[in-house]
Design a protein around this ligand. Structure first.
Ligand SMILES: NC(=O)C1=CN([C@@H]2O[C@H](COP(=O)(O)OP(=O)(O)OC[C@H]3O[C@@H](n4cnc5c(N)ncnc54)[C@H](O)[C@@H]3O)[C@@H](O)[C@H]2O)C=CC1
Ligand SMILES: O=C1[C@@H](O)[C@H](O)[C@@H](O)[C@H](O)[C@H]1O
Length: 339
């Protein structure tokens, strides 16, 4: 860190999310600066480095982590690249904000979990940004307060206008529904015990190889049921909604984010085009909170354990998607290190 305590961040991956985080650290966040960016696409790394004063461009994450002025790492490369970047950050003993998923499969997530324990102290906050969204935070507080009684059902909708051209059926679970896997664990304070995936006849508009939409059902250890509609290419906008049905009432978030307008003959609101717009404030709060905790020498927020647990559930989800059968989640006991 500089004498003023400004955190020098290396951002790994400068695609849609990475470039947005670079803008955020440059323009919105206090106490941090972008010291380095990394992308296997050198031209993209250089173009994004040019947007930040004194920022160096790299194509190798390990080289960026060893560069002078780098105190912390924000990983925004695709999920399959996260394990190598996390293990490299541990070698340099650097604090990390790792975009979700921690990794796409539970064997690699377990290797990361074990490596952090060998390091002897927590280093990772996982980018489950819904935990930092005002609406979801209010729902969490309401459920935790107990006024509505025990949650029985959680109805979730997760709609993207479109997804990357490299998106696969498995990614509908490992990259998209992994948010609801973390959200359900966090809101209900229970683990997910089993997953079932149902596939209606796909939309005639869904691009190969996607079978879009899908309905994913979780059974929790406390007996609650969660259902998630994932519609990755709905075309009309970005919508994330959740409704908890409890013993003494229900509570719903995500219906209208933004303005509601009455006009002759119509009533309604806006639909965000994508996650960057819908969750802008949540990402700001998430990254600021990571920077603040890191500058205090602390680690907060969703942990490597939360990342592993969500990945274990998503692995069961991928199996359930392939077989059409209810699939039990297999995960290790929570180590005392993460209690
Ligand atoms: N929290 C959230 O709401 C969101 C999280 N994400 C997560 O952010 C990550 C990135 O997603 P997008 O930006 O949408 O992907 P993207 O495809 O737009 O960008 C990924 C970038 O990483 C680069 N890259 C690939 N392998 C690399 C490696 N080994 N080292 C360095 N750079 C590498 C690519 O060249 C590309 O520029 C993923 O983990 C994704 O799940 C993405 C969207 C929203
Ligand atoms: O994390 C995200 C993307 O990676 C994912 O592909 C989208 O489905 C999610 O809505 C978005 O929040």
């Amino acid at each position: 860190m500089t004498q003023q305590g400004t955190l020098g961040v290396a951002v790994i991956g400068t695609g849609k999310m990475g470039a947005d985080h670079v803008r955020r650290i440059n323009d919105v966040i206090s106490g941090a600066r972008v010291a380095a960016v990394v992308d296997i696409d050198e031209a993209r790394a250089k173009a994004v480095a040019d947007t930040a004063d004194g920022c160096q461009a790299f194509t190798d994450p390990a080289a960026a982590m060893a560069a002078p002025g780098v105190d912390a790492v924000l990983i925004a490369s695709p999920g399959p690249a996260h394990e190598a970047a996390l293990l490299s950050a541990f070698e340099h003993d650097l604090p990390v904000l790792c975009e979700k998923p921690l990794t796409p499969d539970s064997a690699s997530a377990l290797r990361v979990l074990e490596a952090e324990q060998r390091l002897g102290h927590r280093r990772v906050q996982v980018g489950f940004m819904r935990r930092y969204d005002t609406e979801f935070m209010k729902l969490k507080a309401l459920l935790a307060g107990g006024e509505l009684g025990r949650p029985l059902l959680l109805h979730c909708r997760h709609r993207n206008a479109s997804v990357h051209s490299y998106f696969t059926n498995e990614m509908m679970i490992t990259d998209s529904v992994v948010h609801e896997m973390d959200q359900s664990r966090w809101l209900l304070e229970q683990e997910i015990a089993a997953v079932t995936v149902l596939k209606p006849t796909p939309s005639s508009l869904s691009p190969e190889p996607l079978s879009d939409p899908q309905l994913v059902v979780f059974e929790t250890t406390g007996g609650a049921i969660v259902n998630v509609e994932i519609f990755a290419t709905c075309g009309f906008g970005y919508q994330v909604q959740a409704e908890a049905v409890c013993e003494r009432g229900t509570a719903r978030v995500g219906d209208a984010h933004g303005m509601l307008v009455n006009r002759p003959g119509t009533w309604g609101g806006e639909i965000a085009p994508d996650f960057v717009a819908r969750f802008e404030e949540a990402y700001d709060r998430e990254v600021q909170s990571w920077v603040n905790a890191t500058r205090r020498g602390e680690v907060e927020g969703p942990s490597t354990w939360d990342g592993y647990a969500a990945t274990a559930v998503s692995e069961a989800g991928v199996r359930a998607q392939a077989t059409g059968r209810r699939t039990v989640v297999e995960m290790i006991e929570r180590p005392a290190f993460y209690s």
